[in-house]
Design a protein around this ligand. Structure first.
Ligand code: SF4
Length: 397
């Protein structure tokens, strides 16, 4: 069995206006105690019997996410990675070969990258960098509260290539304030010119969890909230990108993710396939195949818990068969290859055909033999399809 490890670093240099994650801006002095707490949490779990169900599993993906993990000193990142290696038998770093075993990703913001840092990440065993790009348009970046500008992205990519990174991911957001069809096409063209191995494209989420979302919902104008493109425009941007990326050789494998052949995100695939992963750090989530749990979100509380020898977990729940089925549908259908409906019906002893029939009739999903997938022209309304599919529960066969 393969296992993923996620390390959460919840610190950022500033708070982007659209961000609804549990991250914060803290003094740099907090970084070291936090990294030390993550190490203690790893050591404590490695020596406990809690991971018995996963005994013998091989860690084939490690993902440092955030936040902005590239803010931590390279030595602190290397320490955590080394501890994972010695505690869990992480497969040895084999260099920049493809396919790489294991996949070790670091999320980084373009303006935090220097040649020295990049070389140190490479030497520590990171072999994949996920760059938070968002846009190549400086006006959009500024309105979003990002620290970098488009010139930083190209410079960062050059530095990463120069030190040997052969697996780079970049992301864009469709729907940023001031975005136009022209600026969007410009961003897509610029990302394709860099030709990262992996691209993620997210649609802007408008909700009360971000400053921009709250302002927009309240009808205000701060953060350029009135300059957000319409839902139709966002969908049009996304559809246009789907076509451009396909013709550039990228495989669209998940609603928001594309990869060149052999470069799908091994770590993120675990989430959609319901494979086990263990998270360390404030707010990190874990799934061992039967239970899900998460750590306290507040980074100061997390450090205090660890320093006092207390568990940082705040939610542990067994996944019921009903919840597991919902996850199979909701997560599985995010992948463009879809799900094996007959296998799921057998596994959970349910009949899904009646529920699917109206969605199939209206063209939202396609059934090809027993393979059920979202219709390719309905990916931008996937949430509505999931609500319809899961909304009224599922009948037992
Ligand atoms: S860098 Fe990422 S995590 Fe940090 S505030 Fe911006 S969007 Fe949020």
């Amino acid at each position: 069995m393969n296992l993923g490890v996620y390390i959460q670093v919840p610190f950022c240099q500033t708070k982007c206006t659209y961000c609804n994650f549990h991250t914060g801006v803290v003094a740099r002095e907090k970084y070291h105690p936090y990294a030390a707490a993550v190490c203690r949490e790893i050591s404590a779990l490695a020596s406990s019997s809690e991971l018995a169900p996963l005994r013998g599993a091989t860690i084939d993906s490690v993902y440092f996410g955030g936040g902005t993990p590239s803010l931590l000193e390279p030595a602190a990142l290397a320490n955590i990675l080394n501890l994972l290696r010695t505690s869990f038998g992480l497969a040895p770093h084999v260099g920049q070969h493809v396919p790489m075993v294991p996949e070790v990703t670091l999320e980084a913001d373009p303006e935090t990258i220097t040649a020295e840092k990049a070389a140190a990440w490479c030497a520590a065993g990171f072999n994949r960098i996920s760059l938070g790009v968002q846009s190549f348009d400086d006006r959009e970046l500024q309105a979003a509260g990002r620290m970098h500008r488009s010139a930083d992205i190209s410079a960062a990519a050059k530095v990463l290539r120069a030190v040997g990174f052969r697996n780079i991911s970049m992301d864009l957001i469709a729907g940023l304030a001031h975005q136009t069809r022209e600026s969007w096409e410009g961003s897509v063209a610029r990302i394709l010119a860099v030709r990262p191995e992996h691209i993620s494209i997210y649609m802007l989420e408008i909700d009360g969890g971000s400053r921009l979302g709250s302002e927009s919902l309240a009808g205000g104008s701060r953060y350029s909230a009135r300059e957000i493109p319409s839902d139709d425009a966002m969908a049009e941007f996304y559809d246009a990108a789907c076509m451009r990326l396909a013709s550039a050789g990228y495989e669209h494998y998940e609603i928001s993710n594309w990869g060149l052949p052999e470069f799908r995100s091994r770590h993120n695939l675990k989430y959609w396939r319901r494979e086990p992963y263990i998270g360390f750090g404030a707010g990190a989530h874990s799934f061992d195949g039967a239970r899900r749990w998460s750590n306290v979100h507040d980074s100061a509380r997390y450090v205090t818990c660890i320093e006092q020898g207390m568990s940082p977990r705040e939610q542990i729940e067994s996944v019921t068969p009903e919840a597991a089925l919902e996850e199979e549908l909701f997560l599985g259908l995010r992948q463009l290859e879809g799900i094996d409906l007959a296998q799921i019906e057998r596994k959970y002893e349910v009949s899904l055909r009646e529920r699917i029939a109206p969605l199939q009739r209206d063209g939202f999903v396609e059934l090809d033999g027993t393979r059920l997938r979202l219709a390719s022209d309905r990916l931008t309304v996937s949430n509505e399809v999931f609500v319809e599919l899961l909304g009224q529960g599922v009948e037992r066969a």
